[in-house]
Design a binder for this molecule. Structure first.
Ligand SMILES: [Zn+2]
Length: 374
């Protein structure tokens, strides 16, 4: 069995064992940080395989999502962003407060998740990239998945050479593409890369986006408030932000905020970092967010938030919600272990962008267990 398989098997066993312990919440508390606000992030709620999401574990089936919502309402106190913002030091929040969030602009959030959130009275925040609303263009990650699935990883390497020349390191897997290659590109280099991908594959990007029907419409965006779902900022084009200039930060953040506010008719007051890594939440980005009316910023490094959280570094558990025992382990055990590890071994924090990176405490330089996007 490959090492990842062994690790996942061991984690599954530990999750089950923990879940069956009497007093499991109290035992988990003994493992480390006592944190008040749990945040979870979902992406795409679908059981249908799709070339646009192949290889990135972004999807949770509607059945599993409903089970996860039931689990959260049975064992936690779902809160809204308003609750979080009005209890800035965390003291006024209920015990085991949990904030449910969604990243990216998948239509399935509006069509499947939103009605379930309303049914179970779970408020949520949906962080959207306005560039993809109405299927006007494909998100970079969905295009890359599609090309890798239909043309193979060689097509990715060939397009990478267009940007980096012969210096381009050959990638073998999607985690390498999303974890190493994409973050190394400036915004303009990324556009050259994506253009090369489309051109070499003979793909009409606009038509492909339209046919994919992956993303929500402007009308659906408008209707989300009626489901108790607030809209948040996720940059305009889902950009890695560590190399952005101040001008590019303003373009990505402000254009997204303005378009989402026009579409939804409500104020955008929170931000979720694409790919979830604190490396992308730079000082320039934080400064810009504070100056433009964003009152909270979210990451996805799956580390427990402290008792008095910094609202501009709220961490979330990226989950594929494989079962109640896994969800418990992901929410109560692993985030505390990661917080303890980061406290005593700050250099060991992986800062790997997290998406469904569920199974184990990640090691420096280790491949994420599932996938890499946030
Ligand atoms: Zn995202």
């Amino acid at each position: 069995m490959p090492s990842d398989g062994i690790r996942q098997f061991a984690t599954g066993m530990a999750a089950r064992a923990f879940w069956n312990l009497p007093g499991r919440f109290g035992i988990a508390r003994l493992l480390g940080r006592d944190y008040s606000l749990r945040c979870v992030v979902f992406h795409h709620i679908s059981a249908e395989p799709s070339p646009f999401t192949a290889g990135i574990r972004v999807a949770v089936s509607p059945k599993r999502f409903e089970e996860a919502v039931r689990f959260l309402t049975a064992h936690y106190a779902p809160v809204s962003l308003e609750d979080v913002l009005t209890n800035r030091d965390g003291r006024g929040l209920p015990d085991r407060a949990v904030l449910v969030t969604f990243d990216d602009a998948y239509a399935s959030v509006s069509e499947v998740a939103a009605p379930l959130c309303r049914q179970y009275r779970v408020p949520a925040v949906f962080f959207v990239n306005a560039a993809f609303v109405d299927n006007r263009r494909l998100a970079p990650d969905n295009l890359i998945c599609y090309i890798a699935k239909t043309r193979g990883v060689d097509a990715i390497n060939s397009a990478a050479q267009t940007v980096k020349g012969k210096e381009a390191r050959q990638v073998q897997t999607l985690p390498e593409v999303f974890g190493d290659f994409l973050p190394s590109l400036t915004l303009s280099e990324r556009e050259v890369f994506l253009d090369a991908l489309r051109r070499d594959a003979g793909v009409d990007g606009l038509q492909l986006a339209k046919d994919s029907r992956l993303y929500l419409t402007g009308r659906q965006l408008q209707e989300l408030a009626g489901f108790g779902i607030e809209i948040g900022n996720h940059t305009y084009t889902h950009a890695h932000c560590r190399l952005l200039t101040k001008t590019e930060i303003a373009l990505e953040v402000d254009r997204n905020k303005a378009e989402l506010e026009a579409l939804s008719g409500s104020k955008i007051r929170s931000f979720s970092q694409p790919y979830g890594s604190s490396k992308d939440l730079t000082l320039d980005m934080l400064d810009h967010l504070e100056r433009t009316g964003h009152q909270a910023a979210f990451l996805s490094e799956s580390v427990a938030n402290p008792r008095r959280p910094d609202l501009y570094h709220l961490d979330r558990m990226s989950t594929c919600a494989e079962g109640d025992d896994h969800l418990f382990f992901e929410l109560e055990v692993l985030p505390r272990l990661r917080a303890t590890r980061n406290r005593f071994f700050p250099g060991s924090a992986s800062h790997r962008p997290g998406r469904c990176r569920s199974s184990a405490v990640p090691r420096e330089g280790a491949e994420p267990d599932g996938f890499v996007r946030g």
